[in-house]
Design a protein around this ligand. Structure first.
Ligand code: CTP
Length: 404
């Protein structure tokens, strides 16, 4: 098998410079990349840069190398087309099937998955014309990544930023890994909690846990690559923002509950991957707790936190909402898992064994997915991304036939 063939379409936005980094990641990880810039984008990054970084010619029009029929061939032979940045104009052209340059022709001839990574000012992204174009493209099976929120060109900030190139690369990798498989979470809203809550004792101390958030982030990345709209409720994570997710940052279990319940109102799936503290200090000291000479420390009184997973499971905000829990167990892993699945009332429970060196902060994971209908799927030791894919493989059929 040869290298996977990727077409990198670049349209005319200032974020074109970030596509250089995306290109580098694609080529260095063994992809054959053909860059197809629009004429306008060459104002930001010149042809020489694309040619040098990709090792291939980079042409914009259909009148070069006409004997090779590039406007048809490049699209036909691609395994993936990714347009980054995709301007409002490019989305409009793609939605309406215009074909006035090499990139738009390529989009019409491509039969492989197509990813658009839009970048534009917030007003343009929110304009009804753009909204409709994005909806049209998504309905046809294209993956349009939600832009990130942050600083835009000029002084303004808002939604419209191109996600980080390494995160767009992750989406491309995820889409390529699925081959011709349809984005089976397209049109679905998925809510994922990740990380570990911190319950403050005083302004400088908290009760916390060792969850890194990596499993929840892997779930978010893979869900985006499978077409989902993702809300990621992240508790105290220090990881790169995945491309295309709406990120809600929280600190405590109570904050996490509020954010998850709010996002769950129109969610098709809720996955509770966060390590939520079961208890919090009964009292919060507004000043730092000081040690006192000759005195033993006062015991810390704890109170129960709400059980978010049990609550979401008991009062599903939508009919047919699929709820997934995680369980970290040290002993009697399966028996405890089965009991927990019943107690929490969720549809699926991903059970993994934890210990000092296992799972927390690690790149790999081993688990069994228990289902409320009695099924049990063993997931071999492997990357957290593989476990995430296995979770979606279990979730997607449960959504089939339900209205998005
Ligand atoms: N969870 C939650 N709210 C809590 C505690 C846990 O939503 N207050 C969720 C976690 O996100 C996870 C699942 O419940 O999906 C399992 O959490 P775990 O702490 O392992 O289970 P517990 O109910 O706390 O059971 P035990 O303390 O007996 O292990």
């Amino acid at each position: 098998m040869g290298k996977p063939k990727v077409v990198l379409g670049v349209s005319g936005g200032i974020a074109a410079y970030k596509a250089c980094e995306l290109l580098r990641r694609l080529t260095e990880s063994g992809h054959e990349v053909r860059v197809v810039p629009t004429a306008a984008s060459l104002n930001f990054v010149g042809e020489a840069t694309w040619a040098a970084l990709s090792g291939n010619p980079a042409s914009t029009g259909v009148w070069e190398s006409v004997h090779e029929v590039p406007h048809v061939r490049i699209g036909q032979s691609a395994d993936l087309v990714v347009v980054a940045p995709a301007t409002a104009d490019m989305l409009a052209k793609a939605a309406h099937g215009l074909a006035d340059d090499l990139l738009t022709n390529t989009l019409l001839t491509a039969r492989c998955p197509v990813v658009f990574a839009p970048a534009m000012h917030t007003e343009m992204w929110e304009h009804p014309a753009t909204r409709e174009n994005v909806a049209t493209l998504r309905r046809r099976g294209a993956l349009v990544i939600e832009p990130a929120v942050g600083r835009l060109t000029g002084k303004d900030t808002g939604k419209g930023r191109l996600p980080d190139p390494e995160e767009i690369f992750e989406v491309c990798r995820g889409v390529l890994a699925r081959g011709a498989a349809a984005p089976d979470l397209a049109g679905r809203h998925v809510v994922i909690s990740a990380g570990g809550t911190r319950e403050p004792l005083d302004p400088v101390r908290y009760l916390g846990n060792r969850s890194s958030g990596k499993q929840g982030y892997a779930l978010a990345r893979t869900a985006v690559a499978r077409g989902a709209r993702v809300t990621l409720v992240a508790a105290n994570t220090a990881l790169a923002d995945p491309a295309g997710v709406d990120l809600v940052r929280v600190g405590t279990a109570v904050q996490l509950r509020e954010a998850v319940l709010e996002a769950a109102k129109d969610a098709d799936v809720v996955v509770m991957a966060a390590a939520v503290a079961d208890f919090r200090p009964a009292a919060y000291a507004s000043g730092k707790i000081k040690k006192k000479d000759g005195q033993e420390p006062a015991p810390v009184a704890l109170v129960r936190n709400p059980d978010v997973l049990a609550e979401v499971s008991a009062q599903r905000a939508r009919e047919g909402q699929v709820v997934v829990g995680f369980a970290a167990e040290t002993d009697e892993v399966l028996a405890n898992g089965r009991a927990k699945l019943r107690r929490k009332g969720c549809d699926l429970l991903v059970v993994n064994e934890v210990g000092e060196s296992k799972t927390f902060g690690a790149e790999e994971n081993e688990a069994v997915i228990l289902s409320s209908d009695g099924a049990e799927v063993q997931i071999p030791y492997g990357p957290k991304e593989a476990l995430a894919q296995a979770v979606w493989d279990q979730v997607a059929p449960r959504l089939a036939g339900r209205r998005a």
